[in-house]
Ligand binder design. Structure first.
Ligand SMILES: Cc1cc2nc3c(=O)[nH]c(=O)nc-3n(C[C@H](O)[C@H](O)[C@H](O)COP(=O)(O)O)c2cc1C
Length: 188
């Protein structure tokens, strides 16, 4: 197994989550952990896991660029995707009824094929790290909700991330068994 875990991040929580994923991979696997901007080719990998935080109910632009650039090459990979988000923001920023779902539907729209496994994972919000644009945006958002300041939020959970990897590997095993069975039964 040659696995690429690749992600976009603005403030580091998706990088941390991707690192936790790498730790949970089997020792027999060759695992590369790269930001989407660092990836030059995916051809050497059999497995690709793509992660993006949710910003304004969408993926980061560089993750969308990555998917568009490697579109055809991703088609035959064992592909997993994950989103990183704060659930309450996901439900409210632009009045979306369920931001997490809206976001995931968008993720699927960008992909060349259905992933083996996908899940939205808990992220974090560190107000002191925010750039000016994001601070202003979130100040307005929280003000509208009656909050004087942007709160510190922490929904990151290593167990949830490891569970993601376990499920992903389970589904890879099921798909591989099915493919082997079909290869055995298909006529020459
Ligand atoms: C400006 C801004 C917009 C955000 N928009 C959303 C959103 O629409 N839905 C959501 O669930 N989380 C939203 N978040 C929360 C981020 O997804 C969360 O903080 C995530 O952990 C950030 O990942 P990163 O540290 O890898 O950049 C937003 C955060 C910021 C700062």
């Amino acid at each position: 197994m040659k696995i690429l875990i690749t992600y976009g991040t603005r403030y580091g929580s998706t990088a941390q989550i991707s690192q936790w994923m790498k730790e949970r991979m089997p020792s027999s696997a060759e695992v590369s952990l790269l930001t989407v901007s660092q990836v030059e080719s995916v051809s050497a990998f059999t497995h690709v896991i793509i992660g993006s935080p949710l910003y304004d109910n969408d993926l980061l632009p560089e993750v969308k660029r990555f998917i568009a650039e490697f579109d055809d090459d991703l088609y035959n990979k064992h592909m997993g995707v994950f989103g990183v988000a704060l659930s309450h923001l996901g439900r409210g920023l632009y009045g979306e009824a369920d931001g997490g779902l809206v976001y995931f539907n968008r993720f699927f729209n960008y992909l060349p094929t259905k992933p083996i496994y996908s899940r939205l994972l808990g992220g974090a919000l560190h107000p002191e790290l925010l750039n000016d644009r994001d601070r202003k945006l979130l100040e307005a958002y929280y003000r509208a909700k009656g909050s004087k300041q942007i709160p510190f939020e922490q929904e990151m959970d290593k167990e949830q991330v490891w569970e993601y990897v376990e499920k992903y590997l389970d589904f890879v095993a099921v798909k591989t068994r099915l493919q082997e069975k079909m290869n055995r039964t298909s006529p020459e």
